[in-house]
Design a protein around this ligand. Structure first.
Ligand code: ADP
Ligand code: ZN
Ligand code: ZN
Length: 759
């Protein structure tokens, strides 16, 4: 018998694949199969990338694959190519990209048996949908819960049913006899056929769903949907639609058209934030109720429990899930029948992973579309300049929605409140809330409308200081001030999490008059209580939503009208379809005007457009008030005119003149050392090495510099920016540079980021 070897990727930062002997009695090896292998003194999970009849590793060094995950269908060649591309482009090891892309539970062989077991499930039939749960005695609460869960989900597997009712098996059997449900036992991975059967059995339900009133599409929406559906091959679209223009409706229609045309086709829909998934999921479930079985729509994000995430991932992998709705990590999902991709709010920096593999989910989505020759829709009211520039050059097809979808809704009017002028004229203000803003909130309260105050700084006050001696509360581990958190009665470092109690007096001079300076969301929340008496104020930020599920609860309070004034950070600015918000107030936006980061104005403009877009969505006249010391700044002017195009084109011109992205390609080497000198010395050596690379003449390195917050957790950080006018030259140089970097010493850690967003 010919011996058989496999090359396996392991979660390890080297590019290499590892050779193992493959057991002759195991199922035929194939790339994309999961295996368990001995690695050093432990066992690890790996992914087969290659199968071969020989190995260059000496026989006495070769070890055996210890287990094969046979019931999981192998990952496709295309998926392996995606991983290969990401590893190559972001300069990482194959395994370092491939294994973390799999759900954690699947990387634990102890869980394979359970995750991949044949599935015993009960599916509700139309008769059961009619009869349950009303046919049950009112007092049989557990039974009713089981029935409700079954009707809501369409199908339940036995384990889930048992969790709801101890005698679920017997009950479900009796429901089978009544013709209310049917029993299925499906081999794992055989679910594809099953999903199609399921689509037929729910035909009756489909009829009732056509009663969901569909919007009459606007001409612009209809054109966009048509363009997407008529496209052939790789077709990148930039859907530029003002806030509230009904971009979601375009995605839904295009998806519906596609799923109708290609039975079994799958779609991937990305949203930037976990908090936006419930709103999207609800819209998708309503629209596809009856058309798709309920389990054909799944979510993928880090908020899911591990088991659930693995099940959703596997549903995508086996083709049962037809629409996958997720955050950036979902871009790596295995989707064997992928037919369309959507990236909503494509400009959002949250699509960039900031640790580990620093990838851009938007860019990978476009790559997948290109690889598989598919349409990809990038939607935004404020596209990233990268995407805008692609559209300007005609590489992406631009689709424009220039008006709000709801007939009576118009874009809000934007008023700039000149804080200097307010002060000069001696007009009253309260805790940073100007007179006009307070008056506007009061008027909304009287009319029963909602106001939203946007302030991108959480905590009570960013600085606690002593007037007498100049002491400022700082973090002992970071080069940063600590933030005062009043409800938690703590000083907290937002960089490392260090916490202490609030001192009663200045630790340096004993002065008891230490005072908080500046304002965060907690302070504004407190101020609003007295500035707008009688208003119900709700704060939404990372602190108030720390517990799982609490963000969703708070957002539903807003939707339910139980809140008059909402105060929040960028968490409230994005994507939410608030129906009763008619006023948006913006505080402290000026801070971002003077940033050193060349992307700061792009980001600020997008943020302000987004948050402004929360006002007046459902026909209430919307108003935005921006408090500023620089009312003549170009950004605010463009905002007041809702002029994204003008703003984008002027930014593009500036970037071109200054040789900045998208006109050059960048990579960032960051180093962390025990001292700043160590970090800078490492980078200096790295920069020196760079000049000896073969393509060095086409790549330029800036001077190494300390990060703005140079010390975090007692570690000193510095960075080296490298750029080139040619992406290929940059890529080639980085590839040649890496082995040298791996050989350098003297720092605790370093990482290389391609296409960095924060510089
Ligand atoms: P965007 O994502 O572009 O900000 P949404 O997709 O949230 O906008 O749509 C805004 C609102 O307009 C939603 O309440 C949606 O139901 C509604 N809407 C969308 N399309 C139409 C249409 N053709 N006619 C009427 N209302 C629409
Ligand atoms: Zn003091
Ligand atoms: Zn700290």
């Amino acid at each position: 018998m010919t011996p058989c070897f496999v090359r396996v990727a392991l979660d390890h930062p080297l590019t290499a694949l590892y050779d193992y002997r493959y057991p002759p009695d195991a199922p035929a090896p194939q790339p994309g199969m999961l295996v368990r292998v001995p690695f050093g003194r432990r066992e690890a999970v790996g992914l087969i990338f290659e199968v071969s009849t020989h190995s260059d590793v000496p026989a006495n060094k070769l070890r055996d694959v210890s287990a094969v995950c046979a019931s999981c269908p192998p990952l496709s060649e295309q998926w392996l190519a995606l991983v290969g591309f990401a590893a190559d482009y972001y300069q990482r090891g194959l395994g370092e990209v491939a294994l973390p892309a799999l759900p954690q539970a699947l990387r634990d062989p102890a869980r394979w048996a359970r995750l991949l077991a044949p599935e015993e499930r009960y599916r509700v039939l139309p008769a059961g949908r009619e009869a349950l749960p009303d046919a049950l005695p009112a007092r049989a609460q557990a039974l009713r819960r089981l029935a409700e869960a079954l009707v809501a989900a369409g199908a339940l597997d036995l384990a889930d049913a048992r969790a709801l009712h101890p005698k679920a098996a017997a009950t479900l059997e009796s429901w089978c006899e009544a013709g209310w449900v049917e029993y299925e036992c499906v081999e794992f991975g055989a679910a594809q056929a099953h999903a199609n059967v399921a689509a037929k059995t729910t035909d009756a339900a489909a009829q009732s769903s056509t009663q969901v009133a569909l919007h009459q599409l606007s001409d612009e929406q209809a054109e966009a949907v048509e363009a997407i559906l008529e496209s052939r091959g790789f077709a990148p679209f930039l859907l530029h639609g003002v806030t509230g223009s009904g971009k979601t409706e375009v995605y839904l229609r295009a998806l519906a058209g596609l799923l109708e045309r290609e039975p079994g086709a799958q779609a991937l829909v990305l949203v930037p934030e976990i908090n936006l998934t419930p709103q999207f999921e609800a819209a998708f479930r309503t629209r596809f109720a009856g058309v798709l079985p309920d389990d054909a729509i799944v979510t993928l994000h880090s908020g899911l429990a591990e088991g659930e995430r693995a099940r959703h991932w596997l549903a995508a992998h086996t083709g049962r899930a037809r629409i996958v709705l997720g955050t950036r990590l979902a871009v790596m999902a295995s989707l064997p029948r992928l037919a369309m991709l959507v990236v909503d709010e494509e400009h959002d920096p949250a699509y960039k992973q900031q640790e580990g593999l620093r990838y851009s989910a938007r860019d990978l989505a476009v790559w997948r579309a290109k690889q598989l020759e598919l349409p990809v829709v990038l939607g935004s009211a404020t596209p990233s300049l990268e995407s805008w520039w692609q559209a300007e050059q005609g590489r992406y097809t631009r689709l424009t929605l220039s008006r709000r979808a709801v007939a009576t809704a118009v874009l809000p009017t934007v008023k700039l409140i000149d804080l200097e002028e307010e002060r000069r004229r001696g007009r009253a203000s309260f805790e940073g809330l100007s007179g006009p803003l307070i008056a506007a909130m009061k008027a909304r309260l009287e009319r029963g409308e909602q106001s939203l105050i946007f302030l991108n700084r959480r905590g009570y006050a960013p600085v606690l200081s002593c007037d007498a001696c100049g002491w400022v509360a700082g973090c002992p581990r970071c080069s940063a001030y600590v933030v005062l958190h009043k409800p938690e009665r703590a000083l907290r470092c937002h960089h490392c999490g260090w916490e202490s109690r609030i001192p009663h007096s200045c630790p340096d001079c004993g002065n008891v008059d230490i005072a908080p300076m500046g304002r965060g969301t907690q302070r504004i929340e407190e101020a609003l209580a007295s500035a707008v008496p009688g208003a119900r104020v709700l704060r939404i930020d990372a602190d108030s939503t720390r517990r799982k599920g609490s963000a969703q609860a708070l957002f539903s309070d807003v939707h339910a009208g139980e809140v008059d004034i909402l105060v929040g950070t960028q968490m409230v600015a994005k994507g939410h379809d608030f129906q009763r918000v008619s006023l948006v107030g913006v505080m402290n936006a000026d801070n971002a005007l003077f940033s050193h980061d060349f992307r700061a104005s792009e980001r600020l403009f997008a943020q302000l457009m987004q948050v402004s877009g929360r006002a007046g969505r459902a026909g209430l006249a919307g108003e935005v008030m921006v408090q500023t010391r620089y009312p003549r700044h170009a950004i605010y002017h463009a905002l007041a005119r809702h002029d994204y195009v003008g703003f984008a084109n002027s930014q593009i011109a500036e970037r071109r003149d200054a040789h900045l992205p998208p006109f050059v390609y960048q990579a960032l080497l960051r180093a962390e050392g025990r001292t700043l000198e160590a970090a800078l010395a490492f980078l200096a050596e790295a920069a020196q090495a760079l000049t000896t690379m073969p393509t060095a003449s086409r790549v330029m390195a800036y001077d190494a510099v300390p990060l703005t917050i140079v010390k975090v957790m007692n570690v000193h950080r510095a960075q080296l920016l490298v750029e080139s006018g040619s992406r290929a030259a940059l890529q080639a140089t980085l590839r040649a540079w890496l082995p040298t970097l791996r050989g350098l010493r003297g720092v605790l850690r370093w990482n290389l980021e391609v296409d960095p967003l924060d510089i």
